[in-house]
Design a protein around this ligand. Structure first.
Ligand SMILES: [Zn+2]
Length: 150
């Protein structure tokens, strides 16, 4: 019930709930929220029965593309994403990792061409459950805990 109340405070926009507390600012960065001029509320270290603590981000008057939303799955695969219209939850979305991730993650191999040429990185998602990526260029595998965002 309380969760519904928290997200309902937004008239129109996107509410992202159940973000792990230490991933709130990764989500801010993945969605490039610093580039928006929309009103944004960021809540961190809030009490959560399920998670201990959690973060919530609410962005007014903003509806993300599927491709943008799915980036969140890189750092926080279990968030609840609610589309709010007229103070009501109009739609709930799951975040799912795409098959390919372009120019979001840095390659961990210093010798990789993507770290030596001005070019976009490209990773294949080889395990969506465990979040494991493989560089398209040097083929190094990167596990969830070693993902570095660009
Ligand atoms: Zn690489």
């Amino acid at each position: 019930m309380r969760k519904e109340l928290q997200v309902a405070a937004l008239e129109n926009g996107t509410a992202i709930d159940h973000i792990p507390s230490d991933k709130v600012f990764d989500v801010v960065s993945l969605l490039q929220l610093d580039r928006l001029s929309n009103p944004i509320t960021i809540g961190g270290n809030l009490e959560s029965k399920k998670m201990g603590t959690k973060g919530i981000i609410k962005i007014a008057n903003k509806f993300f593309e599927e491709e943008e939303i799915n980036r969140i799955a890189l750092v926080a695969p279990n968030v609840n994403l609610n589309i709010i219209r007229d103070y009501e939850v109009a739609e709930k979305k799951d975040v799912t990792l795409p098959d390919t991730i372009i120019d979001i993650v840095k390659c961990n191999n210093p010798k990789c061409i993507t770290n030596n040429e001005p070019m976009k990185t490209r990773f294949h998602v080889i395990d969506k459950e465990k979040v494991e990526l493989q560089c398209h260029y040097c083929e190094i595998k990167i596990g969830k805990e070693n993902i570095v965002l660009k």
